[in-house]
Design a binder for this molecule. Structure first.
Ligand code: MLT
Length: 262
């Protein structure tokens, strides 16, 4: 079902009587990146996805976003749909949103799955890279930025075997509102560091990383997982930064094993 909550484009699959899972996508993507997980899980779970404000079908408005406003948006979806302690599942920027949401309101969630993300805030080099990205979008339009950013997300295996899918993804993201993409860059640039909260997470946690992820590599994610009490850490083969898209078979199995246990 397609809904609008707080101006956000929200998509639900499965019965609202089942246990809810909220999926938060990465940058500069949209809810479609979770298609393979939702296909796999929606018989048994109430799967809720939304497009982060400014990306996909969620309007950019004035494009003035912060990580706090992104967490407010997530909260509005959870509250509006009356989700009872959903599992929170975020990838990369969706992981930043998830980690900050836990820091703010862990008691609203029953478990967390963190894909290809990190708890550290941007260091100086990262901040300057975001600023250069904004400058480039202003000078050249969205397409060249999107092409380079998204191409870098995929691992070699997917790049060699799924060229058409990658081209389609780049084309779609290149049609987003540039104000929304730049607003996301600013929100990520200004986000707080959630590392200090990791050892206070007391809900079941699964941490998943593509073995060829160059943006949030396995050693970074392993170190993050080690700081979360009892977290399970899984490396997905033949995958870069977008493991749910690149190797959905192994990801779905890992997610299902985790959900069956909690
Ligand atoms: C993402 O996949 O959401 C981005 O790589 C996050 C980032 O740029 O830090």
């Amino acid at each position: 079902m397609n809904l609008t909550i707080n101006d956000l484009a929200v998509f639900t699959n499965g019965s609202s009587n089942k246990k809810p899972i909220v999926f938060v996508h990465g940058f500069p993507l949209d809810h479609f990146m979770w298609d393979k997980q939702v296909d796999f899980l929606s018989d048994d779970y109430y799967c809720v996805r939304y497009d982060i404000r400014g990306l996909g079908n969620s309007p950019a408005g004035d494009g003035q976003f912060t990580m706090e406003s992104f967490v407010d948006d997530l909260e509005s979806v959870v509250v509006d749909l009356k989700l009872n302690k959903p599992v929170l599942c975020g990838l990369s920027m969706g992981g930043y949103i998830s980690l900050r949401a836990l820091e703010r309101m862990q008691d609203k969630f029953s478990a967390v799955i963190l894909f290809d993300t990190r708890s550290e805030a941007d260091a100086n080099e990262g901040k300057l890279k975001r600023a250069a990205g904004i400058k480039r979008i202003n000078a050249e339009g969205l397409a060249p930025f999107t092409k380079d950013f998204i191409t870098n997300c995929y691992g070699e295996y997917y790049k060699q075997n799924y060229k058409t899918e990658i081209d389609k993804r780049i084309l779609k993201s290149s049609q987003f509102d540039p104000a929304g993409v730049k607003g996301s860059l600013l929100a990520m640039l200004g986000r707080n560091d959630t590392t200090g909260y990791l050892n206070k997470i007391n809900i079941p946690a699964l941490v998943i990383c593509g073995e060829q992820d160059v943006l949030t590599p396995p050693e970074v994610m392993k170190s993050m997982a080690e700081k979360i009490n009892g977290a399970e850490f899984i490396v997905i083969k033949n995958s870069g930064h977008l493991s749910p898209v690149e190797n959905p078979g192994d990801v779905n199995e890992a997610v299902k094993n985790f959900l069956d246990r909690i």
